[in-house]
Design a protein around this ligand. Structure first.
Ligand code: TRP
Length: 459
């Protein structure tokens, strides 16, 4: 079969970085850092990236590039008739599943970009921002329309193919994202009172560090690097033989971590500028769509031109970050249906998009007309979110590391990461040790922790 590759090494790095840099960098990492001991958390996080995240990333790269196949095909080829082939299929469906709710949030970022542009937050009282958000997501139509628009962008890029779609989009969108992040961070740091925000983010506070901190850092590292399903494996199946796998993993991890830290420089100076308690800003959706619109208004002048620019750019940044991640999720499923069921790329992409539109609509409507459908006290959206984030992805990471550590032939592993002897691999034994023991043990701890959490919910 004729398979495309990425045309340039930079394109490959930017595509993989586009997958990694997403909502998680902005709406989780900065808050987790601030509340878990600042610089200490960042150091723990970086250690998690190096010792737990990168070995899995390198393994996913290797599995993809060695087989040059979609994720299901890749694991089937490497499992040689064994049961490990399930791992690839589960990865594909996990990605498909994540895309359903992730793209709904992508739609929200578009709506908030629009609201910022028309200066809709002028004169809104602090307490009203939660009504604005709840009315919006509870509306039966408007969030759906933005979600469909978001999927239209994603679908368009995917149908254009690997080089003129994904690679080209990454080469335009990622530099745009870097520029916006730097502009926003510099503007925020220049606000009066910003230094308290920077201090909150960076000053090391050992007293806030406990086992929970480490577990949060670990979970965040895996999610942020897009590990545990097929994203990086699928992208790596478009790498050519000379792509250095370990080095690419380093580039992607550095970019991802830098953007996450810079997001903190955008958020906390503004929060401190208006004298808000950083523990009250919330995380995730409530941080992004309820606290921050207010924070930006107050910090930059209500209804002022600067607040319009700052706020519009911030939501546009989120949109770009979400889009490149959504593209990577979509590609996993598209590569799967086209290669495994012999469809054309345009038909395969259409099938993936239609399924996402159906299930994504259910997620979107679960804040409004379908809010009475709940499982374990969660609406449909949260079922998708929690099932993937708390169960499927950690299991995915664990089994990928077991597969790469125990099942893959060590010689093959070394051959591949050294590009057939061209590159030195002094880290090889540490890598295998990490895959065999460190990562499976670390994830078991995450699960044990969650079991405690589940108990609290069931009681
Ligand atoms: N890493 C992205 C973020 O930080 C989200 C994402 C994209 C993802 N693809 C993934 C997470 C695959 C886990 C697995 O928002």
């Amino acid at each position: 079969m004729n398979r495309e590759n990425f045309g340039t090494r930079l394109g490959a790095i930017l595509a993989a970085a586009g997958s990694a840099v997403g909502l998680g960098n902005v709406w989780r990492f900065p808050i987790e850092t601030g509340q878990n001991g600042g610089a200490v958390f960042i150091i723990i996080y970086i250690l998690c990236i190096i010792f737990l995240g990168m070995p899995v990333m390198i393994s996913e790269f290797l599995i993809g590039r060695y087989t040059h196949s979609n994720t299901a095909g890749a694991y089937r080829i490497l499992s040689k008739g064994g049961q490990w082939h399930w791992l690839g299929k589960i990865g594909v469906y996990t990605g498909w599943f994540i895309l359903c709710y992730y793209a709904v949030v992508g739609g929200w970022t578009l709506h908030y970009t629009y609201l910022s542009l028309i200066n809709a937050f002028d004169d809104v009282k602090a307490a009203e921002f939660s009504n604005i958000f709840n009315d919006f997501v509870g509306n039966p139509w408007i969030p759906l329309l933005w979600f469909y628009l978001f999927m239209l962008f994603t679908h368009y890029v995917i149908t254009r193919g690997v080089q003129s779609g994904i690679e080209r989009a990454s080469k335009i969108l990622m530099p745009t994202l870097f520029i916006i992040v730097i502009f926003l961070a510099v503007s925020a740091v220049m606000l009066p009172g910003a230094s308290a925000g920077v201090e909150f983010l960076l000053s090391p506070d050992w007293s806030k560090v406990d086992s929970k901190t480490v577990i949060e850092a670990m979970g965040q590292a895996f999610f942020s690097l897009s590990l545990g399903m097929g994203c990086l494996c699928t992208y790596a199946s478009y790498f050519d033989e000379s792509t250095p796998l370990a080095k690419t993993a380093v580039h992607v991890s550095v970019i991802d971590t830098m953007i996450a830290i810079l997001a903190g420089f955008i958020i906390f100076p503004s929060v401190f500028n208006i004298g808000m308690n950083p523990n009250d800003v919330g995380v995730g959706a409530s941080l992004t769509f309820i606290s921050l619109p207010n924070v930006f208004q107050q910090a930059l002048g209500e209804g002022s031109l600067m607040s319009v620019i700052f706020s519009s750019l911030f939501y546009f940044l989120l949109f770009v970050a979400a889009l490149t991640s959504a593209i990577s999720l979509h590609e996993v499923a598209t590569a799967y249906v086209t290669e495994e069921f012999g469809m054309t790329r345009s038909k395969g992409a259409m099938l993936v998009t239609v399924v996402v539109l159906v299930f994504g609509s259910l997620c979107s409507l679960s804040f409004g007309p379908l809010s009475n459908i709940t499982i374990l006290n969660r609406n449909i959206f949260s079922v998708f979110d929690d099932l993937s984030g708390m169960i499927l992805l950690p299991l995915g990471v664990m089994f990928i590391s077991l597969f790469a550590g125990w099942r893959l032939d060590k010689e093959l592993y070394r051959e591949e990461i050294s590009n057939h002897g061209d590159l030195p691999t002094p880290y090889f034994r540490l890598l295998i040790f990490s895959l065999r023991f460190l990562i499976p043990i670390a994830i078991s701890l995450v699960f044990l922790d969650q079991l405690g959490l589940f108990k609290a919910i069931f009681k």
